[in-house]
Design a protein around this ligand. Structure first.
Ligand SMILES: Nc1ncnc2c1ncn2[C@@H]1O[C@H](COP(=O)(O)OP(=O)(O)OP(=O)(O)O)[C@@H](O)[C@H]1O
Ligand SMILES: [Mg+2]
Length: 347
């Protein structure tokens, strides 16, 4: 198994800088998710690591060795594509055994590896079928088995669940965690789905416009977004203008929000700043400290209502929250309490 290290890696396509000076350390055996919106450079970064794309600048090391300039086959990686990339004319077992890494092995050993890989993905009895005779989820498992039969040090996965329905995706998430445990390989998993990234990865690297915005454990990324982009993209953060008055304890700040006093989490920020409020940080409230707002609209979501409120102090803002009580008519005046929130570092 091996660590993976990127140092100032860039890739330009004409005027587009698809990957812009990315530096990232992935520890041996860890699971990193590359998360970001469409077009932010995730696939390009994965292809650079795999060697299908050449970097214009920077250094890529696998297990401490510089692999810049090495062909994909020489990098000892497994890659799983969104499209599965199976050969239609080959059986499942032939597809799994097709990796170049297996050609040089004695026949019996190669066959044993294919058997073990199919076992791992629960397709031991499907070796003689062809891809066309399998469901989407089974095809994805064949692609995974083909990757694991090579026993690569690093496994790269590009949106491997994008073509599967929600139910199957859920089941495959459990399998990915199991594969990771059982293979002990280093995983880099590309997705634009934050729930997938959160549930799988030890660390999430958020990409935006070719650059890394923040690299952190899922809980930290959610609780302490470093930038406005991360705050919005992960957990539907709503950004509001606050003025921080001072500290009220370790990691806690007193701030003014539209003339009301709120307490938020944050470090070393004073004066004008940006607060990140998640829908679940907000609640309806009465009393003198509540922020006056009007209900713009509500929708029933099954068990709870989704509300959108406009604070009276700033008609350009919309605040979303959830409530388990039937809301009043649109236009009604309501009070809003801020139960939790985070002050972004810097402005
Ligand atoms: N071969 C190429 N030639 C020219 N431009 C490219 C090429 N490959 C990617 N790009 C551009 O580089 C940028 C990043 O593309 P990339 O495919 O890496 O994004 P992505 O994050 O994987 O997006 P998605 O989530 O839609 O798959 C995009 O602006 C894309 O148009
Ligand atoms: Mg992509």
């Amino acid at each position: 198994m091996a660590s993976l290290s990127l140092e100032g890696v860039s890739r330009r396509f004409g005027p587009t800088t698809a990957v812009d000076r990315v530096s990232l350390e992935v520890a041996d055996g860890s699971f990193v998710a590359l998360l970001g919106p469409s077009g932010c450079g995730k696939t390009t970064l994965l292809r650079l690591i795999a060697g299908f794309e050449a970097a214009d600048d920077g250094l890529i090391r696998i297990g401490g060795d510089d692999v810049t300039g090495l062909a994909p086959e020489a990098r000892d990686l497994g890659m799983v594509f969104q499209s599965y990339a199976l050969w239609p004319h080959m059986t499942v077992a032939e597809n799994v055994g097709f990796a170049k890494a297996l050609w040089t092995l004695p026949k019996a050993e190669a066959a044993a590896r294919v058997g073990a890989a199919l076992d791992l993905v629960g397709l031991a009895d499907y070796g003689r079928r062809r891809p066309a005779e399998l469901s989407g989820g089974q095809r994805q498992r064949v692609a995974l088995a083909r990757c694991f039969a090579k026993r690569p040090r690093v496994v790269l996965l590009d949106e491997p669940l994008a073509n599967l329905d929600a139910h199957l995706r859920e089941a495959m998430l459990v399998e990915f965690r199991r594969f990771h445990r059982e293979t002990a390989a280093t995983f880099v998993y590309v997705t634009h789905d934050q729930a997938e990234a959160m549930s799988l990865a030890d660390r999430i690297a958020v990409m935006n416009g070719g650059r890394l915005e923040q690299v952190a454990a899922p809980e930290r990324l959610y609780a302490e977004p470093a930038t406005a982009m991360v705050a919005r993209f992960v957990g539907a953060g709503q950004l509001v203008p606050v003025t921080v008055a001072g500290s009220v304890g370790p990691g806690r700040l007193a701030a003014d929000l539209w003339g009301c006093r709120v307490e938020l989490r944050g470090d070393d920020v004073t004066g004008p700043a940006t607060g990140c409020l998640r829908p679940r940080d907000l609640a309806l409230a009465d009393g003198p400290d509540a922020i006056p707002a009007r209900l713009a609209f509500s929708t029933y979501q099954g068990g709870f209502w989704h509300l959108e409120l406009v604070p009276e102090a700033d008609a350009s803002q919309r605040l979303r929250l959830e409530s388990d009580r039937p809301p009043p008519a649109p236009g009604s005046r309501l009070g809003l309490a801020v139960r939790d929130g985070w002050v972004l570092p810097g402005r």
